[in-house]
Design a protein around this ligand. Structure first.
Ligand code: ASP
Length: 318
């Protein structure tokens, strides 16, 4: 085991959750914990932050309770379309895919776009063809649809609304998406965000998650950020970039995250949250919603999981 400073924060969506069953509550908590434990093991062994955020998001994508990979929300055409992006803070390299319908781990396809092409973003058919040529296994779109999501899409359709995954259709206040930000032993920061988007979205709709600066950002000079919430609001405010460049010697990640969420609320009455780690290795998180499913761990942080933005004390209050 290497010695040194490291930090990891992950999220599984934001929103205002009501009537959460114990079973689903436990599934969120266990999913986040399992992911944190795996990520911390990698960081302790000296893995790079970019490898760690990809590995963590893979775990969350493969867990169908979260709105990414299998278990993604369903659009108005009854299909799953997934968006994902990854960014490396040391060289500002980034990879992003939009509208993937047949590949299990969109974040790994985005990583390949970053590593193997000259581009940052690939969309729809082009992204699918790239995934195929990169050797990713093809899955039928039905593979991604869970019973929970089919029911959610029906309810959203009936109500004529788009819905954030983590919210209750009636209240229209739940979101999903997964994300990870890591600070490795070499002080490098990376971020990753992956999503099915919002339930009952129009075909072809793209949210903030795959857009550099909106749903994700990483720059070793400032911070790494991953966002979750109503993508349209995060797009219009470029919130991940805003949060990152808010970091300086007097404003660390906790304050920068709060400032960004205050801005989001003020200018577009935005709903959602962000997680971040600054260049000093400090972890920050904030949300304008009641819930932010997240967990964190680090050399200076005891592992905890919470469904609320302010931390572990709220866990039992749900
Ligand atoms: N931000 C995502 C989107 O708008 C959804 C979410 O975070 O729940 O696509």
């Amino acid at each position: 085991m290497k010695q040194g400073k490291y930090a990891l924060i992950i999220h599984g969506g934001a929103g205002n959750i009501t009537g959460l069953s114990q079973e689903r509550h436990d599934a969120y908590v266990n999913g986040i914990r399992e992911c944190l434990e795996a990520g911390e093991k990698l960081l302790k062994a000296g893995a790079s932050s970019i490898d760690v955020v990809e590995a963590c998001v893979n775990i969350l994508e493969n867990n169908e309770v979260f709105n990414a990979g299998k278990g993604s929300v369903i659009n108005t055409e009854g299909e799953v379309e997934m968006d994902s992006a990854i960014m490396n803070g040391s060289d500002l390299k980034a990879g992003s895919v939009i509208g993937l319908k047949h590949y299990k781990n969109p974040i790994s396809v985005a990583r390949q776009v970053m590593d193997k092409t000259e581009h940052v973003m690939l969309a729809c058919d082009g992204a699918e063809e790239f995934a195929k040529s990169a050797g990713f296994k093809y899955y039928e779109n039905d593979y991604f649809k869970t019973e929970f999501r089919i029911k959610q899409a029906e309810e959203a359709k009936k109500a004529g609304k788009t819905v954030l995954d983590v919210s209750d259709v009636k209240k229209n206040k739940k979101m999903g998406t997964v994300g990870a930000v890591a600070f490795d032993m070499n002080g490098n920061i990376a971020a990753a965000t992956s999503t099915g988007g919002i339930a009952n979205k129009l075909k072809g709709r793209v949210g903030d998650s795959p857009i550099i600066g909106a749903g994700i950002y990483a720059n070793n000079q400032y911070a790494g950020v991953s966002a979750t919430g109503y993508g349209e609001q995060f797009l219009r405010t470029v919130v991940s970039f805003y949060a990152a460049i808010g970091v300086n010697s007097t404003t660390k990640a906790p304050a920068a995250a709060k400032k960004a969420m205050t801005y989001l609320k003020k200018v577009v009455n935005g709903l959602g949250g962000i997680i971040m780690i600054d260049k000093y290795g400090n972890i920050g998180k904030a949300a304008t919603s009641e819930n932010l499913i997240h967990g964190l761990v680090g050399s200076d942080y005891e592992l905890y999981v919470s469904l609320a933005p302010n931390g572990k004390n709220e866990l039992n209050e749900l």
